[in-house]
Ligand binder design. Sequence first.
Ligand SMILES: [Zn+2]
Length: 132
Amino acid sequence: MHTSSTPALLIAASTLIRLAHPTDASLHRALDKAQDRLMTTPWRMAFELLDIVSASHPNEIHIATRTGCTCEARRTCWHMAALLIVATISATGVELVPALPLPNMVLMEDYADFDAYAGDFLDEAIIWSISE
Ligand SMILES: [Zn+2]
């Protein structure tokens, strides 16, 4: 079962996460960004990893897990908070469909090549969005 991303659904999931972490102010700030940016930023969930375009560098994709992120923020970043929101919804048995999906692609087996891969991919993505 799939459901579309909507602001109300993202806020609902964000609220559930806050309930479980009532005193974590840095997580709350990350959730504030994540619940908005999941509507405005292309992302893809695959194999427990969230691939999401950087808000400040649209030519970069960050990969977030529950314990870390390629943006190397010292605290919980909004990418990790976004993963928690998507995972909270998927825990209900419903797969969240991105508002702005990253095009389907074969998951890299070798993340050492990720930079070259992201560069190629984003060149294609720009062409893809112009031709829409
Ligand atoms: Zn991050």
